[in-house]
Design a protein around this ligand. Sequence first.
Ligand code: VGL
Ligand code: ZN
Length: 196
Amino acid sequence: MSRYDERTALVVIDLQNDFADPAGSLAVDGGEHVVAAANREVRSAVGDGALVVATQDWHPESTPHFAKDGGVWPVHCVGGTWGAELSPRFELRADAPRVRKGTNGEDGYSGFTVRDPESGKEAPTGLEGLLRGREIRRVVLCGLATDYCVLATALDAVRLGFEVRLVADGVAAVNLHPTDGERALAEMAEAGVVIG
Ligand code: VGL
Ligand code: ZN
C-alpha cells in the first residue's frame, strides 16, 4: 500500500551538499544512500498526488550555531554557497516548495521552528502554514540528519498534531556519540512516530 495521498506531505530534510556529499563540511555517513531513498519517495509521493516539501539549513556566515562563533558545528550550509545547495542528485521537482531555516542566525534544527541560541526564543518557519493551507494531516519524513534536524522536525510534527512516519532507510545520523542515531529513533518511536 502506498504511503501517500493528497492529505499527506513528504518532507525531505536538508539534503544539501554539506550533509549529503562526501566533500561536504558536515558530511553524514550514508548521505548518498539517503539521496537515493529520497528520490524513490519523491517518485511515489508525486505519483499519488502528495505534496513534496524540502527544507534547507540556511545559515549566515557568522552564527552562534558555528564552533568559530561559540557553538558546536563546523561552518556549514552558509546561504548562497555550494554547501547550502540541495544535492544535485536529489530529484526534487522545480515547483516543490522549499523551507529555509536559520536564515537570521538562529539554530534551525526543526523544519517547523527556529530558536535563537542566545535568548532561546522560538519562532515558526513557514512549514506548518504551508501544510495547514493544503489540509495536510500526515507527514512522511526522510533526510539528514537523524539525530538533529530529522529528530527535531519529527517531534515538532507530533506536537503540532500531524500523524508522522519516518522512512527507516531514508535517514542517516551525524553520531557525534556513536549511539545518537539509535537514541533519536527510540525517542521518535516513543513520541508516536511510525518508523518503517
Ligand atoms: C543539522 C547539525 C547542524 C541537520 C543542521 O540538518 O541535522 N545538523 N545543523
Ligand atoms: Zn545547521
